[in-house]
Design a protein around this ligand. Structure first.
Ligand code: GLN
Length: 494
């Protein structure tokens, strides 16, 4: 046998053995999910388990699986183990990771049920008023309220009015700033716009000592960064370029353009024209900028409509350093993200930015449409949409939601320093060292009667018959503590 064919045989062998391992894993997963009493696994249970762990039916990463259910199995109620193996072949690792608690929020069901409680508390807040300086915006009901999240592993959950399209307004500013940075580089962009909180309202006529707008998160700064986004293109292509980039950070889901909001904004734009002329007078714009075109382009960007669900995915792309968790596409560079998140932290909430960061400690950007794009770096993106605003132009419920969130969870940037004396929970995946060995964790879950956790350890491949240092198994502990459901489950799988 010559060298080449020997290599081929080795490769083939490796392939076969890894297929066997995969097949076994799929079988373990299948049997864990299958109800003991039934012969085959219920598709409804499977879809539900995925949903509880944040993997939605329309997740592009499991498309081959959902298509298989739809077209090959014609949406049957049950799936055999053989069909399950075929259907999950291309996306098995995502499904397994989701169900075995390997994602950033392992107990996603518990976490989202707690978010729902926060949602219900915040919903009672009826303060604030819908923006009316852009006439079209005041037509939206102040009662609307939606919260959506997307983790860096693409676990999604939405509650309330999350499918409604709303006007993103100033929430377009971070994206335009990112595009300007990627095209021109930090040095050039910051010749034209500063990086300092203005200490004034979002549309104040003021420039810094270098005659630049203070930062890209207020109107003057956003008009400036817009002037730096593809000025070489004709207006139609330029706007399409921005829409395409929204689609990319939203994981392939397309935004809409709201022409009525655009016309309404254009018709009442005296302040923004004043800001632009003020900057023109001081020579702040890059050479060759066309003031009218720049303003129209900026208004178009503000008149994009997105749903809370889409904005949460966009925010998760920012939380994952520019890579969209649903598509794996790297949309922005790490340095771009570092810059935009720093400015969202210091300037994202207008004249409330300092206090906001002091209290909640994570970057966010609000818009007068009532949207709030929130980034918990390396964890998740969140969107809160509620149109009633406070005097600074920030969503009242959006701010309360953030405050409630950090009351309960260690999401403030500096919570990590206070970990030992903090009573806050941290829903993030712990290091192996922190949670101890898997068998100890499984036994602990049995002791607590946590059936979902038991299932996750089983899917992970932990041997449920193994005992701890005292020889006690999960079944011993579950029985001793009287957790009947766990006992029945452990007996059926043991
Ligand atoms: N389009 C709005 C404006 O230019 C955006 C302001 C905002 O959302 N704060 O006034």
């Amino acid at each position: 046998m010559d060298q080449v064919s020997h290599k081929e045989v080795t490769n083939k062998d490796t392939k076969i053995s890894s297929n066997i391992i995969k097949a076994d894993e799929a079988e373990v997963l299948y049997n864990t999910l299958k109800e003991t009493s039934s012969k085959n696994l219920s598709v409804k249970i499977l879809i539900n388990e995925l949903k509880n762990n944040g993997i939605l039916n329309n997740d592009p990463r499991i498309r081959s699986f959902t298509n298989h259910l739809k077209y090959n199995l014609k949406n049957n109620d049950f799936i055999t183990v053989e069909e399950f193996k075929i259907a999950t072949k291309e996306c098995f690792s995502i499904i397994k990771s989701a169900l075995s608690g390997e994602f950033v929020i392992p107990d996603f069901e518990k976490f989202t049920s707690e978010l729902e409680e926060i949602f219900n508390t915040v919903k009672k807040n009826k303060n604030g008023a819908v923006a009316d300086y852009i006439p079209q915006l005041k037509k939206v009901s102040a009662e609307k309220f939606g919260v959506s999240i997307c983790t860096i592993d693409g676990q999604r959950w939405s509650h309330g009015d999350c499918d409604d399209f709303f006007s993103i307004q100033s929430a377009c500013k971070p994206l335009n700033y990112c595009l300007a940075l990627e095209e021109n580089g930090e040095e050039k962009v910051h010749k034209h716009v500063g990086s300092e909180p203005s200490g004034h309202s979002f549309n104040e006529i003021t420039l810094d000592h270098m005659k630049r707008p203070h930062n890209p998160m207020i109107n003057a700064g956003a008009i400036m960064t817009s002037s730096l986004v593809r000025p070489d293109l004709c207006p139609a292509d330029r706007f399409e370029y921005v829409l395409n980039n929204w689609t990319r950070i939203c994981g392939g889901s397309e935004p809409r353009f709201n022409n009525s909001v655009y016309l309404s904004e254009l018709g009442t734009a005296d302040r923004n024209f004043a800001l632009a002329y003020f900057m023109k007078e001081h020579g702040t714009f890059p050479k060759g900028s066309n003031l009218q075109e720049t303003l129209e382009f900026y208004f178009q960007c503000c008149s994009i409509d997105l749903t809370a669900e889409q904005v949460a995915v966009a925010a998760s792309t920012m939380a994952l350093n520019g890579m969209c968790p649903l598509t794996g596409e790297k949309v922005f560079n790490a340095n771009t993200l570092k810059n935009v998140l720093a400015l969202m932290s210091t300037c994202g909430m207008y004249d409330y930015s300092g206090e906001f960061f002091f209290k909640v400690g994570f970057p966010a950007k609000s818009g007068v449409g009532g949207g709030l794009l929130i980034v918990i770096p390396n964890v998740m993106g969140i969107c809160v949409w509620s149109p009633a605003l406070d005097k600074n132009g920030n969503s009242v419920r959006g701010i309360e939601f953030c405050q409630e969130l950090v009351k309960k969870y260690a999401f403030h940037n500096y919570d990590s320093l206070a970990r030992s004396d903090s009573k806050k929970c941290d829903p993030r995946k712990k290091d192996a060292e922190e949670i101890g060995s898997n068998i100890v964790s499984l036994i602990y879950a049995a002791y607590n009667g946590d059936l979902e956790a038991i299932k996750r350890y089983l899917i992970k491949g932990v041997d449920i018959n193994q005992g701890d240092y005292d020889g006690r198994t999960a079944l011993h502990l579950a029985s001793a503590e009287g957790h009947e459901k766990c006992v029945n489950f452990l007996i059926s799988k043991g």
